[in-house]
Design a protein around this ligand. Structure first.
Ligand code: CA
Length: 224
């Protein structure tokens, strides 16, 4: 795994990174919030280990910023701030786990494995009502029946499912799924939505893909 370790105390950074490298991980250390932000946004990570008390701010603010930008990268907070309110702030701020200093490396390793196992598991399968998307195998079923999708249809459905319950605009979908930062002036999104709708909703009692007039689309299990 590629791990970004945000820690300003050299001794701790050294011992944690050495231990993780010995376990076969690749580790980059950032000693300030500024350096951590640059590293976090410039390349993909499998895990962030973030100290809270950094010389230029609270490491948790970086986790919050990543979450606001839609990043689901697992984050483990490492800190000397051990009051209950501080732990709660860490977890509600988007951290997946919280560890108080001093800690043993064995415990850190166990938590690292836990956090990343949960993350891989949740990323592997996305479920919306009886629609199941197996991300790794790129297989989709609705009520247990296989649904055949083209690559682009799959990518679009996956994005909708990852943001189930959120209304997504055409512009956002074009950017996220087709990597288009401009409106090509076509009804491409609507055309693809009609393809997907025919495959996942047609013949089923309950529709999951909904058009929000004048705004966009939402994949959602709505109560009847
Ligand atoms: Ca510190």
């Amino acid at each position: 795994m590629r791990i970004l370790l945000v820690e300003d105390e050299r001794m701790i950074a050294g011992f944690v990174s050495r231990g993780l490298v010995e376990e076969g991980h690749r580790v980059e250390v950032a000693g300030t919030l500024t350096d951590a932000r640059v590293a976090a946004f410039s390349s993909p990570w499998d895990l962030l280990i973030v100290d809270r008390m950094l010389p230029d701010g609270d490491g948790l603010s970086l986790v919050r910023e990543l979450r606001r930008n839609g990043s689901a990268v697992p984050a483990l907070c490492l800190t000397a701030m051990d009051r209950v309110e501080e732990r709660i702030a860490g977890l509600t701020g988007g951290a997946d786990d919280y560890m108080v200093k001093p800690f043993s490396f064995a415990e850190l390793l166990a938590r690292v494995e836990n956090v990343t196992r949960r993350a891989t598991h949740s990323a592997r399968e996305i479920v919306v009502a009886d629609l199941v998307i197996d991300v790794a195998a790129r297989r989709v079923t609705r009520a247990g029946k296989p649904v055949q999708l083209t690559t682009q249809e799959f990518n679009l459905l996956r994005y909708l499912a990852e943001h189930a319950g959120q209304v997504l605009t055409r512009a956002r979908l074009l950017d996220a799924v087709w990597d288009m930062r401009f409106d090509p002036g076509t009804n491409m999104v609507d055309v693809y939505m009609s393809y997907i709708r025919a495959k996942i909703d047609k013949g089923f009692e309950k529709s999951l893909l909904h058009t929000v007039r004048g705004v966009g689309y939402v994949l959602e299990d709505r109560p009847r």
